[in-house]
Design a protein around this ligand. Sequence first.
Ligand SMILES: Nc1ncnc2c1ncn2[C@@H]1O[C@H](COP(=O)(O)OP(=O)(O)OP(=O)(O)O)[C@@H](O)[C@H]1O
Length: 649
Amino acid sequence: MNRIPNIKPVSKAPPRKEKAPPEVPALITDKERNTIYEKGRFLGKGGFAHCYELKNRSTGEIVAGKVVPKSMLVKQYQRDKMTQEVQIHRELSHPNIVKLFNFFEDPLNVYITLELCARRSLMELHKRRRAVTEPEARYFTHQVVEGVLYLHDLRIIHRDMKLGNLFLNDDLVVKIGDFGLATTVDGDERKKTLCGTPNYIAPEVLNKMGHSFEVDIWAVGCILYILLFGQPPFESKSLEETYSRIRHNNYTIPSNATPPAAALIRRMLDPEPTRRPTAKQVHRDIFFKSGFMPTRLPVSCLTMVPKFGGRDTSIMEENVAPRGVDAHAQRPLNGRTGLAPLPQHIISTNAEREKAQQQAAEATFREPEDAYLSQLFHQVAILLEKRIPGLDEAEAALDDYQSPECLPVFWISKWVDYSDKYGIGYQLCDNSVGVLFNDNSRIMLDQAGNELTYIEKSNKEHYFSMNSGEMPAALTKKVTLLKYFRSYMNDHLLKAGEGSEQRVGDDLARLPTLRVWFRTKSAIVLHLSNGTVQINFFNDHVKMMMCPLMQAVTFIDQNKRMLTYKFSNLHRNGCPEKFLHRLKYAKTMIERLMSDASNAATSSHGSSRQPEHRHMPSTRSASAGSRAPMQVGGAQHLPQSASGSNIRR
Ligand SMILES: Nc1ncnc2c1ncn2[C@@H]1O[C@H](COP(=O)(O)OP(=O)(O)OP(=O)(O)O)[C@@H](O)[C@H]1O
């Protein structure tokens, strides 16, 4: 890009109202570079821009395209602001900064093409996970600091460092984006403009004392705090209270913080800017060396606590034959959800990982026992109690109504019901496969076919490598069944796939597993351990996924079109009758999942700690008699016996 075009205000068409969604042509032309882009998936919208995937027609490369309608750039100061943002951003080149490729316009809009960050931002990670483990916080924060160090060396202050501006690419590399408030600093100049986002704003900005590089360090302190403890340090019910807390440096560090983490946060959140460490000092801080820092993280950590433990070969369930197995319940590591204890050789050589694994175990312990079912029920019930305005289906499909950032990271793309004999097999959308056996134990194999997790019915987890030869004999039968399910799904449902490449960091993955499921005449209902409830309707092949952590629902139709809505937006903007029917049905199904889980808890051996991930025997009769040994479901294939029912009963 050679120069920044002088943005011309829209001339002929009458100005659209402020914040009107942009009209984006299906083919977008960058005349200066003779490049044509095909408009793809809607990625999301901010205060100013709508963002889409754009495919370069000649190279096939996919980039993110920020689209700002010219009607939003009518005033000179709006155009100047955008020009200033691009002017700073276009010069930057660093692995932890979103790359700005180009900047151009057509008669309707201004376009900025950016490096695609398909895994959204740390904001969505935070919503799904709340607090992350210390190794993850180290991993993310270290990359943020590398980016800030680069900016500060160039005498640039970002001034809007926050989780929502820290994007993630497919490899979960952090990329600092949105340079809308960035500025360059001359000498000892102190900036005067009030800017920033309430939760991250530094006291000197609030007090209008003039500010500089230290505001970014303050914000990084807030970011590290949120990552570690799950909420912003100064958050309160009102903006005034938040500002008052910031002015008085009124925050507390939870007692479970490790000393290096607590010390670094205190230094970055020093009320006196000159006492805060520089980016260089933060980068060298002991916190980053005081424990395990992964070089790569798996995609699953966007929604599940990773595992840091080593392999564990001691399966407590002596008999793992299908059906009727009564394992010797072992007290899990943390009293509830057991993660694998570390073998001695790992403890002695890798104490850091042991500590990390302990933290991961504590994090899973904080998750609700019902895997967010009651939360989801509450959210759907509250939504349905409200008066929801009707909305035309075509209108609801418009980009502006959707929140694609709330799309679940995982859903079930295929399933095979063999519960007459063994259990239900399923494939997640990333091609990993799992089985929930009739004895309530679970097994999961990652998409590369290497990392195997076995979860006893007591919830104790064991991890194995398929290639290591360390698989206990007790698991042979279940692994064989898993492989059988896997090849069955590959052979019968969609193209075969022998698993894709293993990526660095995948050994830390903990994939969500199927926890409870049942079938009705109309649908199969599946509850994953990360809280997602999925309902696949048999008659029209629509899939519906509800996520209590994002408070959102996604519909996938048979043409694979995905529409994601926040519950709050359905209430505000309206909801098509068809979706409302499905939500009402979903409410009943969630209730049923909840009652099944609690029945399971009270009926099994008098122990309330018994596993809840059982399917309901009654549902098996729904198709009994007419079916083949296996019942299968997937994007392309549903059993005859399961179709034809109308859900609008
Ligand atoms: N490089 C990118 N890759 C993928 N998605 C992106 C990228 N940049 C932005 N997005 C998506 O587009 C949405 C809008 O972008 P962004 O928030 O930067 O717009 P904005 O109007 O400038 O924001 P703000 O309101 O914070 O000023 C974001 O929420 C994000 O989901």
